[in-house]
Ligand binder design. Structure first.
Ligand code: LLP
Length: 456
């Protein structure tokens, strides 16, 4: 999984602990000190290392381009998107995969070229489909038989022919958490290859004059480290392309193999590097295409986590601590920070593991078995179940949690009416607010006192 030049650890490339020991130290990211960041932007805050984002996006792009003549990197917006990030992607020439009108609107607000947008989702509404087609979205990835008809009829009404892919489920077990595994048979996504749904969907799509079936897509799941799932999926997808050629006498020329590349969340883990995984997948595609006698299609991938996950560090402030005597007589220390499951639901939802470090000073106090918890009214509001923290951690200390860029802010909620944190981009000693912190007034503004309207 290692690579010569790709950062595979949990930290963003420009993150530094001055006078570091195993607990952390005086943290700066891209030259901005954690203490100054919190003073300026409050706490908790997501700090995104802009150069690290560019480095990762470019590495995936380069890996793809060194293997395939015709290829496209998309970034999965669901991991995290904002207008600023969409502008970065435009500058990088990376496409955006969106899966809702909301994500699409962010890309459009950034003046992102619609032709480089791909629209996903297993239940896109008519309004979403209309917005996508009317705004010129490059590819709609169709997920169901209902949608073949729906997209076709909306395209027809708008007088357009819409380029589509079909999302297929290649029947692959992706060795990841059940909730983020997507390509086995018993899931809500896509057309199963094994059951014959995929060939039926191809048949139906080919009959629709307002649809241009250009290719197929599969995404096998997320946070995957093993190659075999990707390889098996690629093999099965090429087989679909082969069957297509035999049946229709022409080729489907595009193949999107999804995202899902795993990253490190702890010091003992290591991200799957683009120059490791892409050549391996490319080898399978090239070999299988050769065997099948078909041309190598345009290949796209759509990682989200692998690009944004390690770029971002959440900085929290410690509020309270409490010692609990456990049954075996040992002490567990609860350290509460000023956020929790509302800006990082992943530990509670998937049992996801994270790491945390002291970010405002060095401590040489002795380690104490601790549990990092949030401030929500819920026992399960745990960010890290077991972590050694120095005995002298106290209210006002800053804690940094790395690798929170993917599915953190994007899955944040307002549980307990907590405003969602700000996102600040840092680069070469400067910090820029890219998503402002919500405030209580933002939340109050949603409450209305409307006169009742008779609907009976
Ligand atoms: N493409 C499609 C069609 C997807 O559904 C996804 C993720 C991606 C690409 C990007 O996957 P990535 O490279 O980021 O793993 N909330 C979960 C992850 C859900 C992923 C949903 N789809 C988590 O926090 O782990």
């Amino acid at each position: 999984m290692k690579s010569n030049n790709y950062p595979t650890s949990l930290f963003s490339s420009n993150l530094l602990f001055a006078k570091e020991n195993e607990f952390g130290g005086d943290l700066s990211i891209a030259g901005c000190s954690a203490q100054k960041l919190v003073k300026e932007f409050g706490s908790p805050t997501f700090i995104i290392d802009q150069d690290d984002f560019f480095l990762r996006a470019k590495a995936w792009q380069a890996a793809l381009e060194s293997e395939f003549e015709d290829c496209q990197l998309y970034y999965a917006a669901k991991a995290f998107i904002s207008i600023e990030v969409a502008k970065w992607l435009k500058e990088l020439n990376v496409g955006i995969d969106v899966c809702s009108a909301g994500e699409l609107q962010v890309a459009l607000a950034a003046k992102f070229p619609p032709a480089a947008i791909e629209f996903h989702g297993n239940n896109k509404s008519e309004d979403e489909i209309r917005l996508a087609i009317a705004s010129g979205v490059g590819t709609i990835v169709i997920d169901s038989f209902d949608e073949i008809k729906r997209v076709s009829s909306i395209a027809q009404n708008l007088g357009k022919v819409q380029k589509i892919y079909l999302r297929l489920t290649p029947g692959v077990d992706a060795h990841t958490h059940e909730f983020i595994s997507t390509a086995h048979e018993d899931v809500k996504f896509g057309f199963s290859i094994a059951s014959g749904s995929a060939s039926e969907a191809i048949e139906q799509s080919m009959l629709e004059k307002s649809l241009n079936l250009a290719g197929i897509h599969a995404h096998i799941g997320s946070q995957i480290f093993e190659l075999d799932g990707f390889s098996l999926a690629a093999e099965r997808l090429v087989e679909v392309l082969f069957t297509f050629k035999g049946k229709y006498g022409k080729e489907l020329t595009e193949l999107n193999i999804g995202g899902g590349f795993g990253i490190a969340y702890t010091k003992s883990e290591s991200a799957i590097a683009p120059d490791y995984v892409i050549p391996a997948i490319a080898k399978v595609i090239k070999t299988e295409c050769k065997k099948a006698g078909i041309s190598i299609p345009k290949i796209s991938i759509e990682p989200g986590r692998a690009i944004v996950g390690p770029t971002t560090t959440t900085i929290y402030t410690v509020g309270t601590s409490k010692n609990v005597v456990l049954d075996d007589g040992s002490i567990r220390r609860y350290i509460s920070v000023d956020g929790g499951m509302s800006e990082n639901i992943r530990p509670a939802l998937y049992g996801a593991k994270y790491s945390v470090f002291l970010a405002n000073r060095v401590s040489s106090a002795k380690p104490v078995k601790s549990r990092l918890v949030g401030k929500h009214c819920e026992t399960g509001d745990i960010l890290i179940v077991d972590v050694d923290l120095p005995e002298d951690v106290k209210a006002g200390d800053l804690l940094a949690m790395p690798a929170t860029g993917a599915y953190g802010r994007s899955m944040a909620s307002n549980y307990n009416h907590m405003p969602r944190p700000a996102v600040v981009s840092v680069q070469k000693g400067s910090a820029k607010l890219i998503v402002r912190r919500e405030n209580e007034q933002d939340l109050l503004n949603l409450d209305v006192d409307q006169a009742p309207r008779r609907l009976s």
